[in-house]
Structure formats: C-alpha cells, structure tokens
Design a protein around this ligand. Structure first.
Ligand code: EPZ
Length: 417
C-alpha cells in the first residue's frame, strides 16, 4: 500500500491553483443523468478517486463518459439502459445516493445500493427518503439497497427536519421533472448546493432560491445537456490556507471565491494570521505570533465541519488552549489519536476537542482514518520535526487531487512511496 512520506519544517511559499469542488462534482455527475437529450460537458472537475468512482458507476448504467482532459468530462446519458446501481463502487462512496434522485426523476424507478463514505458518524438518509415519498415515490430497503418507484412525481412542500446537504441536493434533482412546484424548506445553503442548482438550470430546470432557506423548483418537461464549470473547492482552499498558517508560510491561492472562505478566513485572522482577498484569489501569510481560538462547526455560512480536522492540527501547534466543537458529525475526532502519537495534547470530551498547543510535533507512522483526518495528518507532517509516514492514503486520494504535487510545488518535502 502506498504511503505519503513527509519531512517537516519547510514554510509553504508560492501559488497554488485550487480545483473544482469535490462535493459539487460528486452531485453534478449523477445529475447529468437527467439529460435525455444532448451531452453534458463539465469542466473544472477535480481529478480525484470519488469522481473516478462515479464515472465507473455512470458507465455501468450505460452512459457514455468521455474524458476530454484530466479536468473535463463529457457525459452522454441518452444511452442509459438500466436503473440498477448496485456495484462495489456504489457501496464505497457517500455521493452514490444522488443516483436515487437522478434515476427516480428521469426513469421513475431505481435500485441503488445503500451508500458508504467516511466513517465519521451515523449517516442516515431518512430525510432523502421522506422527500422522495412526499413527491409520490414508494421506497423500500431490501438486501442493502434502496428500491424506489413512482407512477408520477408531483411537486409538494417539504420541510426538512435537519439541514442536510445531501437531502437538499437530492430533492432538487428529483423535483426538476415533477409535475407542478416543489418547495424545499430548512435547506442547506452550501456553495455546492447553489452550484448544483445552477447546473440543473443550465440543463433547462427552473430552480429559484438556492443559497437561501427556501428553494422552489418548478417542474419542467425535459432536461438537456449543457456546458458547465464546477465551482472552486471551498474545502480544498481551506486546507491550503490552514497548512500555510501552520507552516508560517506565505501562499496565494488562485481560482477561489473569497466569499465562500469567509468563515475560515475570520478564524485565521482571529488567530493572528493575515488573509488578503483578491477577485478570485486569497493570499495567506503569517508575520506575527499566533494564539489559540475556539471553533464551532455549523452548516454554511458557518465554519465547515470538513475543515475542522485540519484546523485541529494547526491549533495543536499554537500557544494556548483552543476548543473545537463538532456539531454535525458525532464521530469526527478520530485524527486526534494519530496527532497524539506526534506529540499533540488534545482531550476529546463528547463532541468537543480541547487542544493545548505544544511547541513541536514529531514525525512518526500515522494512519489516515478518513479523508479530512488525512489532510490533518499531512499538515501535521509538514510542521513536525523529522519524518512522518501516513498510511491509508486512499482516503486522501478520494477528495484531494494530486495532494503531494501541490504541496511539493509550495516547497514541502513530500513524496508518495
Ligand atoms: C455532505 O455529506 C458532504 N458529503 C460531507 O463532506 C459534509 O461533511 C456534509 O455534507 C456536511 O457539510 C458530500 O457532499 C458527498 P448532511 P452529507 O446530509 O450530505 C444528518 C467530506 O469530508 N442527516 O449535510 O451526507 C447527518 O447525520 C464529506 O467531504 C440526517 O439525520 O451530510 C448529519 O448529522 C464528509 N438525515 C447532518 O444531518 C438525513 O437524511 C448533516 O448531514 C441526512 C442527514
């Protein structure tokens, strides 16, 4: 199995190009199924394992997927000849739940294996199912797969019990071809939710309000292919911002939407780092002392849960006590055990990590238990004394494109072996 080997101590300096958002791309690819005519050409797609997995699932359904270059895909969904998505790839990843909404909308039936994904807590899909049923679908779970069918889908009002990115996107997808208007309330407002709405509208859908608390979807007769470019990845950007501060570096992140990074920038500034916004770039640097701070994760525009673990590494290396309260996932502090092996002083009580900053972390053999835990350990390796070896890096490859190449370009001593 491959490992990442990092020799810590170099400050990150230079420019890094941020890729398209994983959590947008993993919804756009299944949503492309809705085009019953024409082809979707999607650009700025991150070259990550989760996307490769979705390409294979689309092909297994009969779609034609053509890689135009490492970041552009052409999807022809006219050739889909089955609604049965039950492969190992479907089981492996979380976003495969979008095939339920997309196949239901276009073919009025689907059989999709229950999704997998990072082990960060219980990950129910009850809100997705409640929404599909409200649109008129019949749902059963048998032999580990969701079976869903509807004679027709009819628009209605759906008020979600919890704010869910996945359920919001899945119901937007499912309602695009329903009769009448669907109103979604208590929805997620993440940039990737807005991106999926923009993509669906480019295909001919009529969706208004994405990015606010209420989304209205007026059903249309059919959707067609379109050309689209994925929104920049707020989480990849946040990870590089945090790594820059952790290594006391000076980096310009290009191809970002600074507004999407506000909650992360605010916390880095509160710690004592500098963040300068350009039109589609941010410069992050450190020119003075840093101090511990408190963070509570929240749905957008709050501090993203997906950046909490990298932030934990940074806070474990600055003077003073910091708290991180994780409100979205009940089991997202697994990186802490690994950071402790490197000398971090962190105590987890329920959903809160209490972090006492130490002067140095020291390199050792650590395991990436999930995607963002992996990112947290890469940052730990960048600042640790000596060599850090990270195993289970397949988790990192699911969501960060060419992570070692990007950090190497910024001056890090990192290789894959
Ligand atoms: C998405 O997961 C992201 N994954 C996650 O990113 C991210 O952490 C999460 O949103 C929150 O931002 C993808 O987009 C593929 P949710 P999702 O539905 O959609 C509860 C990463 O690191 N809930 O917003 O699965 C749930 O238990 C990954 O890139 C229900 O109770 O998350 C959680 O507490 C990890 N019932 C909360 O809502 C439901 O039906 C938010 O979950 C759905 C969710």
């Amino acid at each position: 199995m491959e490992k990442l080997i990092i020799n810590g101590g170099s400050s990150l300096r230079g420019e890094v190009e941020i890729n398209g958002a994983k959590n947008a791309a993993v919804a756009l690819l299944p949503a492309a199924i809705l085009a019953s005519e024409g082809k979707c050409v999607i650009d700025n797609v991150p070259d990550i394992e989760d996307v490769h997995c979705l390409e294979r699932i689309l092909k297994s359904l009969g779609a034609k997927v053509n890689k135009l270059n490492s970041n552009a895909l052409e999807i022809n969904a006219q050739t889909i000849d089955t609604v049965n998505a039950c492969t190992e790839d479907v089981r492996r990843m979380r976003a495969s739940y979008y095939f339920i909404g997309a196949l239901l909308a276009r073919f009025k039936e689907a059989r999709v294996e229950l999704p997998g994904g990072c082990p960060i807590g219980v990950r129910p899909i009850d809100q997705h199912i409640k929404g599909f049923e409200a649109l008129g679908a019949k749902v059963s779970i048998e032999h580990g797969a969701v079976n869903i069918m509807a004679e027709k889908l009819v628009g209605t009002n759906i008020f979600f019990d919890v704010v869910s990115v996945g359920a919001t996107i899945n119901l937007m997808i499912a309602a695009t071809l329903a009769e009448g208007t669907t109103t979604l309330e208590n929805v997620a407002k993440e940039p990737h939710v807005v991106d999926v709405a923009n993509f669906l509208n480019s295909m001919g859908a009529d969706i208004k309000g994405a990015g606010t608390d209420v989304i209205k979807i007026r059903g249309v007769e059919k959707l067609s292919g379109c050309n689209y470019s994925v929104v920049p990845d707020q989480i990849e950007a946040g990870t590089f911002m945090i790594a820059t501060v952790a290594t006391k570096g000076d980096v310009v992140l290009k191809n970002v939407i600074p507004k999407h990074l506000d909650s992360i920038s605010a916390k880095l500034i509160e710690m004592g780092a500098k963040v300068e916004e350009g039109d589609d770039s941010v410069r992050v640097y450190v020119d003075g002392p840093l101090k511990g701070i408190n963070i509570k994760t929240a749905p957008y525009p709050g501090f993203p849960t997906d950046v909490q673990q990298p932030m934990c590494t940074l806070l474990s290396s600055v003077p003073g006590r910091s708290l991180i309260v994780e409100t979205i996932w009940e089991n997202r502090h697994k990186h802490v055990d690994e950071l402790e092996k490197m000398g971090a002083q962190i105590k987890v009580e329920g959903r809160t990590a209490i972090i006492d900053g130490v002067e140095t972390l020291t390199g050792t053999l650590v395991n990436a238990t999930d995607l963002r835990a992996g990112a947290a350990l890469v940052i730990a390796g960048l600042i640790a004394e000596g060599e850090t070896q990270i195993t289970s890096i397949e988790h990192i490859d699911r969501g960060y494109p060419h992570i070692e190449d990007k950090f190497k370009k910024l001056g890090a001593k990192i290789t894959r072996r």
